[in-house]
Design a protein around this ligand. Structure first.
Ligand code: ZN
Length: 299
């Protein structure tokens, strides 16, 4: 090895190991997950290189404000030494036009981080779905009635109050101890002249199966609806809410704080359904996203 090269190695060694007081200024970067984003998907944003929420002035996606929180990933990611990360969740609406949208992160130091998010089409699946006899059967009158009932019930479930901070710190868990998807999120159900998008995931659950809160949160809805049946909504704060539909029993009250894994009700077949199952919806700032994709965040 020539002398110059040797001197070089010595210098690198000295800089690397003998100068502990030097901290290298790393400029923050944006990481988004998943890599491919379809209509109806949730997106996880991490601002790497920041440790405090106060360092972020505002995050916007397609011009709309997105709440920011600190999250410490558990398991594999945590064992890599990762601490609290500045995080945000975006919900891409099922009806959002495929194309490119701007994600902007304005920092308090004046810097702006930007990334283009490409929203892809979601495979369209349409299936006929009849109206159960208990709700009037397959007549035009009961179809019109169902649409009117859904509109009323949706208006009760839209714009629910959400806490100003995240109530949760742990990973989210599925609401049933055994998971088997019977109907995925995002396909369209043809009911007479109407097409009703399925904005949630249906899981197999025989009548009376314990349904657990997916994480810590406050109960905002505990009521019986005509089409959604016995319904619970848990608010996890900052616009993140989980919806549990068609239950046979509700075991919580509005305003109650629930803990991760707490049994909040029993599954059933109340409302617009003819077989027992659990319908789960997850909303991010009012946008219903694919629950199975959301759960990918916590693997
Ligand atoms: Zn469903």
């Amino acid at each position: 090895m020539n002398k110059v090269l040797k001197l070089g190695f010595v210098l690198i060694f000295c800089i690397t190991f003998l100068t502990p007081n030097i901290t290298w200024a790393v400029s923050p970067t944006l990481i988004t997950f998943p890599e491919k984003i379809q209509r109806g998907d949730p997106v996880m944003i991490t601002v790497v290189g920041l440790t405090k929420i106060s360092e972020v002035k505002e995050i916007t996606f397609d011009g709309i404000h997105v709440p920011v929180f600190l999250y410490s990933p558990e398991g594999k990611q945590a064992s890599n030494g990762a601490g609290k990360k500045v995080t945000a969740f975006i919900g891409v609406d099922l009806r959002k036009k495929p194309g490119n949208y701007n994600l902007k992160v304005k920092l308090t130091n004046g810097q702006t981080l930007e990334k283009v998010i490409t929203v892809l089409e979601r495979e369209k699946v349409e299936e006929p779905l009849g109206i159960p006899e208990k709700l009037g059967g397959n007549t035009t009158a009961s179809q019109n009635n169902l649409i009117a009932v859904l509109a009323t019930e949706n208006s009760t479930l839209n714009n629910l109050y959400t806490g100003k901070k995240a109530f949760w710190t742990e990973s989210f868990h599925f609401p049933l101890s055994q998971i088997f998807v019977t109907d995925p999120y995002g396909y369209s159900r043809e009911t007479g002249a109407y097409t009703i998008p399925h904005k949630g995931t249906d899981f197999r659950a025989s009548e009376g199966t314990p349904v657990m809160a997916m994480n810590r949160g406050v109960v905002r809805i505990a009521r019986t609806g005509i089409s959604y049946g016995k319904t619970i909504v848990v608010d996890h704060g900052l616009g993140l809410q989980t919806f549990y539909l068609h239950l046979s029993k509700i075991k919580v009250n509005v305003g109650e704080l629930v803990l991760p894994g707490q049994i909040i009700g029993l599954s059933g077949q109340t409302g617009y359904t003819d077989a027992p199952h659990l319908h789960l919806s997850i909303r991010l700032n009012g946008v219903s996203i694919d629950p199975m994709k959301f759960m990918e965040f916590f693997k």
